[in-house]
Design a protein around this ligand. Sequence first.
Ligand code: PEP
Ligand code: MG
Length: 316
Amino acid sequence: ARASLLMEVTGPGATADGHRVPLLANIGGPRDVEAAVMNGAEGVGLYRTEFLFLDRATPPGDEEQERAYREVLEAFPDGRVVVRTLDAGADKPLAFLPPPGEEPNPALGERGLRMARLHPDVLRGQLAALARAASGASAKLEVMAPMVTDAAEAAFFAGACRDAGIEYPGVMVEVPAAALRARDLAPEVEFFSIGTNDLTQYACAADRQIGGLAGFQDPWQPAVLDLVAMAAGAAGEAGKGCGVCGEAAGDPALACVLVGLGVTSLSMSAPTLPLVRAALARHTLDQCRAAAGAARAARSAAEARESARALLPVLP
Ligand code: PEP
Ligand code: MG
C-alpha cells in the first residue's frame, strides 16, 4: 500500500490497471523547470516559447534562443520536450511581430503559425536554434505549431521542421476545423497536442479574455469533448499520439475523461500534476471510458461534469 501511495505521488502517470499516460509540464522558460521536476513531470508537453520574448522590442538572438532550449532539454535527459514555435498575436502579442494591419478580432487574425508564415526568417531561425539545441541532447525534442487550421498548414510546418533537421514535427489542435478534419492532418505530422483553451474559445465563439463569458469558456462543454474525441480518434487511427496541453488537462476529473476519449498524454501547469496523477492511479481505463461516454451524452457542461464525476468515485 505504501509503494502504491508513493507511485501516486511521484511515479509515472498510469491508470489503476496500468494504462500509461505520460504526465508532462507546461512551461514558459528554464525558470519553470524546477517546479516541473519537483512535481514529477516526465517531460515538457508545452514549452510556450513566446513567453521568453513577451517584453522584447527586437527578435531574440540565435544563441540566446539555443541556450533557453538547451537548458530545458538537459533537465529531462530521459524525457520528451515538446516545444511550441512562437504563438504571437491575439492574447500573446509580441512587439517584434506586429499584425500587418488593423485587426478588429485579433483572436481570428494573424497569430501562431499564420504569423510565422508572414515572417519565414523568424520561423527558420527558431527551428534552426531548436535543432542546434537538440544536437547532443538525449531528451527527445518534438516541435509543434500553434493555431493550425488545415492539412496544407500542417504539411508546410512539418516540411519546415524536417528542412531544419527536426524529426518530430506536430501540430496543436485548437481550431475546430483542425479537429473536424483531423484525419486529413494526421498523416502530415508525428503527433497532435490539443489546446483546449483556444479550442473551447473557438468552438463556443467566446473570447477567452472576457470573464463574463466563462460559462462558455468551459472545456466540459460537450461540443468541446466531441472535438477532442474526433482529434484523438483520428490520431489513433493513424498510429500517432494525441496529447492535451490546455488547462483542461489539470482538472483531475476531466483528465480521466480525456484519457477515456483516447488522449495519450497530458500536459499541465506543474502544481496540478500530483492531483491528476492520483486521479488516474485510482481509476481504470474502463472507468475513464465510461466517464467519457457519460460526459459526451450530457447536454451541458455542468451535466457533463456531474455525470462524469459520478462514475469516478475516488477522485483526490
Ligand atoms: C491552448 O490554447 O489550450 C493552449 C495550450 O495554448 P495557449 O493557452 O498558450 O494559447
Ligand atoms: Mg492556444
